[in-house]
Design a protein around this ligand. Structure first.
Ligand SMILES: *Cc1c(COP(=O)(O)O)cnc(C)c1O
Length: 289
């Protein structure tokens, strides 16, 4: 069903770096995009192994994970329900969720905090449902993301990725360790207090000095932007011909340019940025452009 996963590695231009690449996971699928496909892959097989036919998950009203789960469930012939944080709203992301047949349960912020309680309240007695945490965070997701490393050149010096839950970063670090590579993993948290990512990663894999956390590129926090980031996004997209999203990948790319300029990355090193997708999120920011 999802066998023909294909994600090319494209070389990018850069004024200083001579070997700058982007792993185009955004091209895997328009709706199960980027890391969301890698995260869902083994979650879906775990659900199938347990004979579950109904995925239940959690997210905000602009969650890429919700759209990805809705699309993946529809293609796999499964039902899907999502607890959506906050009061009932409508937007282009939720339209996609609904089109794919996902049922949405809007949940006030207070109740949303206790995901297990939400799940138990509606599905506690159901033998058919499979719980997927917010953002798909799970050991299965880590396993799926670890596979990306085998698709990169083994002489990569630096890999950059954006982090929300840190699950993708945990997988990449795991993959680097499994392959015995010297590659450094640079993680750019998009939330304000990014240090928690280190703790999240340590739930799944051993932290090594190959992990470098860059906590200074959140631009005010999750889904927040500043004029400098928007300007960077415009220049980057027009220059490279590749769209990045304001929530995740623009912040990661900004970090790369900034660190190179500050001479923290040697110009001759091979740098690979992981494009984790998320381009639908641009639609929610139409007033910024
Ligand atoms: C969900 C998402 C991330 C964050 O992945 P985590 O595994 O939660 O850290 C990064 N980039 C994009 C585009 C995403 O949609």
């Amino acid at each position: 069903m999802f066998a023909d996963l294909y994600s090319p590695l494209h070389q990018l231009k850069h004024p200083i770096l001579s070997s700058f690449w982007m792993k185009r996971d955004d091209l895997i699928d328009p709706y199960i995009s980027g890391n969301k496909w890698r995260k869902l892959k083994y979650i879906l097989s775990a659900a199938a192994a347990q004979k579950k036919n109904h995925l239940v998950t959690f997210g905000g009203a602009y969650s890429n994970h919700l759209v990805a789960t809705a699309a993946a469930a529809a293609r796999a012939g499964l039902k899907a329900t999502a607890f959506v944080r906050g009061e009932a709203v409508q937007n282009e992301m939720l339209v996609l969720c609904r089109l794919y047949g996902m049922e949405l349960i809007f949940t006030d912020r207070e109740s949303y905090r206790d995901k297990t309680a939400c799940y138990e309240k509606y599905f506690g007695d159901s033998p058919d449902t499979y719980f997927i945490d917010e953002g798909g965070a799970s050991a299965e997701a880590v396993e799926g993301c670890a596979e990306l490393i085998a698709e990169l050149p083994s002489d990569t010096d630096h890999i950059f990725c954006a982090a929300g839950t840190g699950t993708t970063a945990a997988g990449l670090l795991q993959g680097i360790r499994d392959a015995g590579l010297k590659t450094k993993l640079h993680v750019v948290p998009v939330l304000k207090v990014g240090e928690f990512i280190r703790q999240e990663i340590s739930k799944y894999t051993t932290i090594t000095d190959q992990l470098i956390l860059h906590t200074g590129y959140h631009f005010g926090g999750y889904a927040k932007t500043q004029p400098e980031l928007i300007q960077f996004m415009k220049t980057f997209t027009a220059d490279q011909g590749i769209l990045v999203d304001p929530v995740y990948t623009a912040k990661m790319c900004f970090a790369i340019y900034d660190l190179v300029e500050k001479k923290q990355i040697p110009p001759q090193d091979k740098v690979v940025a992981i494009h984790t997708g998320g381009l639908l999120g641009i639609m929610g920011m139409k007033d910024k452009f």
